[in-house]
Design a protein around this ligand. Structure first.
Ligand SMILES: [Zn+2]
Ligand SMILES: [Zn+2]
Length: 343
């Protein structure tokens, strides 16, 4: 195993396990630093014991490099694999749907509040077997998450084009997780939103507004032709700072999603698992499409899609109503035209 591979695998497993960013950052930084050095210099420093003095490396990460160079599986990686490398859910739960997925419509890079560069997120998605994924960093008003101004988003589109050249035939689609403002309008220039392959719209503020106002807000958003996916519709938070689900008339909102061909997201983050099962079943009965999305903020979190697959399977969501089972071409035709190909 190459040193960089060992360091990246450790970071991936920590992220998949839900580790906070600072625990993972040392391994991501070390992988980047080692990747920049020549193989010869890494070996020379490993031999004379000076690896740990390289900026960005420490005793633990240089130990991992030395063990990998010696042809051993690093002890830390072996322990982590035993402890956290197994399946995230029991048995076959969700596996059938997971195998049917070709992509992920919601993930963040370090351009907003994610922990890794765009390329790293795309490569990790590809290595998990995906054919495509959508980069959906936050919109301007979410300053706490470094939401992208229109100019920065335009700049990001250039980067996405370059990543696509590197990773073809894998496709990184352009996108945004756009804030739904209090009145249901979107937090980005419409002309720019129209250029993107996919728009996920989510509520991140005033989650406790009264049900009638929240219903109007969500219906306005999902009825906007620029919106493709309604992100984590209740906003509930299951761990850390707990937050109850927002109150709204789910019958009206899901009917609007079905009428305007906006997919309902099944958010896979263990701290969200949104919508709750009763609402998921209600959306199913209303005839909506679905997007099973990791909402990953780090490469290892891309593996969390299995949680949403398990819940979708439990609720009887058929694969052909899940947009992640489509090809990139089908997805972009659908978001571009508002009609679903082959259905
Ligand atoms: Zn969000
Ligand atoms: Zn998100």
């Amino acid at each position: 195993m190459e040193p960089v591979e060992a360091l990246e695998r450790i970071a991936f497993l920590l992220e998949r396990q839900g580790a906070v960013t600072y625990r993972v950052q040392a391994f991501r930084t070390a992988a980047a630093v080692i990747g920049e050095l020549s193989g010869e210099e890494v070996r020379r420093r490993a031999l004379n014991g000076s690896l740990a003095r390289v900026k960005g490396l420490g005793p633990k990460t240089s130990g991992v490099v030395e063990e990998a160079l010696a042809g051993r599986v690093p002890g830390y990686l072996a322990r982590l694999t035993a402890e956290a490398g197994g399946p995230l859910v029991d048995g076959e739960r969700g596996q059938r749907l997971r195998r049917a997925l070709r992509g992920d419509c919601h993930l963040h890079s370090n351009w907003s509040d994610g922990g890794s560069p765009v390329e790293a997120m795309a490569r990790a998605a590809r290595d998990l077997g995906h054919r495509w994924c959508v980069l959906t960093d936050h919109s301007p008003r979410l300053t706490i998450a470094h939401g992208l101004t229109a100019d920065r988003l335009r700049e990001q589109l250039t980067l996405v084009a370059a990543v696509n050249e590197q990773l073809a035939p894998f496709r990184l689609l352009t996108g945004i997780e756009c804030d739904i403002l209090d009145d249901g309008r979107l937090d980005q220039e419409p002309e720019l939103l129209a250029e993107l392959d996919m728009v996920v719209a989510s509520v991140h503020s005033k989650l406790r507004m009264d049900a009638a106002a929240m219903t109007r807000r969500l219906v306005a958003a999902v009825g906007n032709p620029l919106v493709d996916v309604l992100g984590h519709c209740t906003g509930r938070q299951l761990t850390g700072t707990l937050r109850p689900p927002s109150q709204f008339d789910a019958g009206l909102v899901f009917a609007a999603c079905a009428a305007y061909d906006t997919a309902v997201e099944i958010n896979c983050r263990p701290d969200r698992l949104d919508p709750p099962r009763p609402l998921l079943r209600q959306a199913l009965d209303a005839g909506t499409l679905f997007a099973i999305d990791s909402d990953a903020h780090a490469p290892g979190q891309l593996d969390w899609q299995i949680y949403g697959c398990a819940r979708a399977e439990e609720c009887g969501v058929p694969a052909d109503r899940i947009i992640n089972t489509w090809t990139a071409r089908q997805v972009t035709a659908w978001t571009g035209t508002g009609s679903t190909p082959g259905r």
